[in-house]
Design a protein around this ligand. Structure first.
Ligand code: NAD
Length: 544
């Protein structure tokens, strides 16, 4: 008897709604559970094997996984892959693909709906604790990421699959046309960044949902959450080999994957520089199919205020949009454009708020910010602040403190510049450093032109204005400057099913995570025409 479920019917998965974000207020049950889990996870030093074909693989080449906010504390030791393990992971994916690619959509969707259910329940505290400790997220930042967003990806994707499968062609008389939504032929290489556990789950998860098999390389700075995510996939019933977890040197893993003729796609999120390198390598490769390449990359996200803006809403958006998760969201605001008439009050309010922000160990729930991810990031931010201090065109308005004696702490920093072309206004720093340029109120239109042209990116941006004409000017003038554009709201916090996420230009291929558009990239439709009464004579009537 077949082990594959035999089912008839056009499936309709449960209607998805966004997962509620729990408050973790003092005394709440979720807080008590999480605190116990934080203690458990922090109290262990776990062994973290690769997972290939469902089996744990230990190479003995180990790398420590540490807490960014307490860098002496080792949470685990990850085994690193070499060429041999990468080859084994590719072989495992290809072997699993044979059966997985033939399973019914309902069966694949059920696995990920189960993962959502587990994560919404008993697994929530584990993934949140791993994300907090391993990536230095406050409880709220972990909750909106490793719980809410990832659950949403899994649940909403089910509905997207159904919509895609329902999209079928017309049929003429005597024939039936159908579309068969085939998974890609070969394996998908998923490369994930440190900053979102939801992205780490979604990048291998979405291609797998559509019947593909995956080699997944998580970020070296987010291995702890990757370890638990892999266990979650297994607990949800994902068959061995469909997703293979490979820790290791990015170049070694990439070399193995990109040199395989069976590479069918790359699902990448990370920096523009790394993605450019991958694109370059893929373009020189020889593959059985042209690989699908989806890359969501960097940003230099703006907040533009018009003289009619609501100052309190603007200040809140800058603080949350610029400093939450230490400014390490791809969507984080890092350049501000404030009219001269508003600047004195905006400056005063921002300096006031920033000075009151608490930075420290995320296990102390009164902190608004944790540490930046690693020493490399810390050095980059400390250097940018030092450069600002000694620059003629930059003034330090608030913050500027960076200390790595215990953990990689960088305090929220506000700079002001007289030169909107300075690198702090154009390059992605990916830390809690926001730079403001104050423009003459009469130069609103010119400022829009500058924002559009000054940086190579096009990820997110906001305009704050009460004046509808000012909103229209910004919306039109910045149409290509942001793939996610916000009016009177912060540029971060996109929600699955509500604001499909991604940008173009140097910010990526804009395949919109959290929407049906991303899923389309992981299938290769086959058109089938079946004739019920095919012609039996090649001659046409006009020939008589
Ligand atoms: P990163 O580019 O340093 O790393 C991303 C991934 O690529 C990691 O898994 C890393 O190990 C891997 N990598 C590094 N070098 C590689 C190589 N030579 N070949 C193959 N893989 C390689 O990025 P990060 O620091 O993890 O994440 C931050 C970046 O990600 C920022 O630029 C941010 O804007 C971007 N990001 C973008 C989005 C988006 O949706 N646009 C979302 C999150 C993060």
């Amino acid at each position: 008897m077949s082990t594959v479920t035999v089912e008839n019917g056009a499936f309709r998965p449960p209607f998805a709604t966004n997962e509620p974000v729990l408050s973790y207020a003092p005394g709440s049950p979720e807080r008590q559970t999480l605190e116990r889990e934080l203690e458990r996870v922090a109290g262990e030093t776990i062994d973290m094997p690769l997972v290939i074909a469902g089996r744990e693989v230990r190479t003995g080449r180990l790398e420590d996984v540490r807490m960014p906010h307490e860098r002496g504390h080792v949470l685990g030791r990850a085994h690193l892959a070499g060429e041999q393990e990468v080859a084994a992971a590719i072989a495992a994916a290809q072997s699993a693909w044979r059966e997985w690619s033939q399973r019914s959509g309902a069966e694949r969707v059920a696995v990920f709906l189960k993962a959502a259910e587990l994560l919404s329940g008993s697994w929530r505290a584990t993934l949140n604790a791993a994300t907090m400790l391993g990536q230095s997220k406050t409880v709220r930042e972990a909750e909106i990421d490793s719980a809410a967003e990832l659950i949403d990806f899994f649940r909403f994707n089910a509905g997207f699959v159904q919509r895609i499968y329902a999209e079928q062609p017309l049929s003429g008389p005597g024939a039936w046309n159908r579309l068969d939504y085939r998974p890609l032929e070969g394996f998908i290489y998923a490369i994930t960044p440190f900053n979102f556990t939801a992205i780490a789950g979604n990048l291998p998860g979405t291609p797998a949902l559509l019947g593909n098999a995956v080699v997944w390389k998580p970020s070296a700075s987010a291995r702890l959450s990757a370890h638990y995510l892999m266990k979650l996939f297994a607990a949800a019933g994902l068959p061995p080999g469909v997703i293979n977890l490979v820790y290791g040197d990015a170049r070694v893993v990439s070399q193995g994957c990109l040199s395989s003729p069976d590479l069918a796609g790359i699902h990448f999120t990370g920096s523009t520089e790394v993605f450019n390198g991958l694109l370059h390598e893929v373009s020189g490769g020889h593959y059985r199919s042209y690989p699908r390449v989806v890359g969501e990359t960097g940003g230099k996200n703006f907040i533009l205020a018009h003289a009619s803006a609501d100052i309190e809403a603007l200040v809140t958006a800058v603080v949350r949009g610029g400093y939450e998760y230490q400014g390490q969201k791809c969507s984080a605001a890092s350049r501000l454009f404030i009219p001269q008439s508003l600047w004195p009050r905006v400056r005063e309010r921002l300096v006031d708020e920033i000075t009151g922000i608490r930075v420290g160990d995320i296990r102390d729930f009164s902190n608004f910010m944790g540490a930046v991810i690693d020493e490399r990031a810390w050095r980059k931010h400390a250097e940018a602040i030092a450069a600002a201090r000694s620059s003629d065109s930059l003034t330090l308005e608030a913050g500027g403190h960076a200390d790595m004696s215990r953990g990689y702490f960088v305090h929220p920093t506000l700079l002001r510049t007289t030169d909107p072309g300075v690198r702090h206004m154009t390059e992605e720093l990916f830390g809690p450093i926001v730079c403001a340029y104050v423009y003459p109120d009469s130069d609103y239109a010119e400022t829009i032109g500058h924002i559009d042209a000054a940086s190579p990116y096009g990820l997110t941006g906001s305009v704050f204005a009460a004046d509808r004409a000012a909103i229209a000017l910004a919306s039109n003038g910045l149409r290509y400057a942001a793939g996610n554009f916000y009016i009177n709201d912060k540029p971060t916090g996109a929600v699955v099913g509500q604001q499909p996420f991604g940008g173009a230009r140097a910010s990526g291929t804009n395949d919109k995570a959290g929407s049906v558009w991303n899923l389309m990239r992981w299938i290769s439709p086959r058109s089938i025409k079946e004739s019920f009464d095919p012609p039996r004579d090649y001659r046409y009537p006009f020939m008589a």
